[in-house]
Design a protein around this ligand. Structure first.
Ligand code: AHR
Length: 337
């Protein structure tokens, strides 16, 4: 199995875009949101097919907006497809991008497995593929050009390190943790879980009671929290949630159970969208590890390089920070998602 660590760089491909562009403009409207933007002289007619997972979170919506805005800024024609949280829709979208002979394909894979066939088809068509946000696990090397996305493992480590500091500050002797995990088999779920576990592994106070798949959805976050409260009640010291949406779903359930989030239960979230930051400031969330959705600039610049046959970095991680009750967040700039 390969992941981004074994990814090879691939160079220029021999695809052309004239016919594809005409096809797109004439026939694609029912299939794509085909967003034609004026081409700049140094970047003529780059056609980028982008398959987005869906709109499950403020993070995802912010990511879509950023990709659209940056495509326009860079004069790149964007063929955008929303997969409505279904892998089969992403596979079908990538096949349509291949049929239209786009210059570059970019997509955010909902899960890591199941991409070998369609990525081999893209490779055989000579179209380079950029992974945006999440990784894939394939049986062959070199099916994708690069990965542009967060270091999810490091996010999990930061969450675990915050918890150790918080437990020290409160003088806790035993720390019972429930984990609301992201979509099963997705990169952020796997790596945020692994990073967190590794960070707390050497601390004997830490005890993970249970982890449940919350699918990155607010409604599922609430369901998971209800289940945890029914099972463990006030034994729970910490909720570690893999994204803001699930955290925001869980908080009212904690309050309905007569407990105070942020005081009776330590709440740790990931993403750093405006809503979660506002709740952090109000004291009901203790820590939010940033995961930025603003990947559009790197995606566009990488797509241009690939079209020009230039080498690209195999992995690009954005810089990210931690926001917590250890800091004064009064002057924090608006988050933009
Ligand atoms: O892959 C990034 C994750 O996906 C974000 O944390 C989450 O909010 C989104 O749905």
């Amino acid at each position: 199995m390969r992941n981004n660590k074994g990814r090879k760089k691939i160079g220029k491909i021999g695809v052309k875009c004239g016919l594809a562009m005409i096809s797109c403009l004439l026939f694609a409207v029912p299939l794509f949101a085909c967003r034609k933007t004026p081409a700049e002289p140094n970047n003529p007619e780059l056609l980028l097919g982008f398959s987005q997972i869906g709109s499950e979170s403020a993070w995802r919506v912010g990511n879509t907006t950023d990709i659209e805005e940056k495509a326009e800024e860079y004069g790149i024609s964007l063929m955008f497809e929303d997969a409505n949280q279904k892998q089969e829709n992403q596979i079908a979208a990538i096949r349509r991008f291949i049929a239209y002979k786009v210059d570059v394909i970019a997509f955010s894979p909902i899960v890591e497995e199941g991409w070998d066939n369609v990525l081999t088809e893209a490779k055989n068509a000579g179209i380079p593929v950029i992974l945006v946000d999440r990784d894939v696990n394939t049986s062959e090397e070199g099916l994708t050009a690069c990965l542009i996305g967060a270091d999810f493992y490091s996010e999990g480590v930061k969450a675990g390190e915050y918890l150790i500091r918080k437990a020290d500050a409160l003088g806790l002797e035993q720390v019972n943790i429930v984990e609301i995990a992201g979509t099963d088999n997705s990169t952020p779920m796997r790596q945020r879980q692994a990073g967190f576990k590794d960070a707390i592994a050497g601390d004997e106070r830490m005890n993970i009671l249970e982890s449940i798949d919350g699918d990155f959805l607010k409604s599922r976050g609430a369901e998971c929290m209800r289940t945890f409260l029914e099972k463990y009640g006030d034994e729970i010291d910490v909720v570690y949630s893999h994204n803001d949406e699930m955290t925001l779903g869980a908080l009212p359930e904690i309050e309905k159970a007569g407990l105070k989030p942020g005081e009776d239960i330590i709440v740790i979230s990931i993403d750093g969208g405006q809503d979660a930051i506002d709740v952090l400031k109000s004291g009901k969330i203790n820590c939010v590890v940033e995961c930025t959705p603003k990947l559009g600039k790197e995606v566009m610049e990488t797509a241009i390089k690939l079209k020009n046959g230039e080498e690209v970095d195999a992995i690009i991680h954005p810089e990210e920070q931690v926001f917590s009750d250890e800091q004064d967040l009064t002057n924090l700039a608006p988050r933009g998602y």
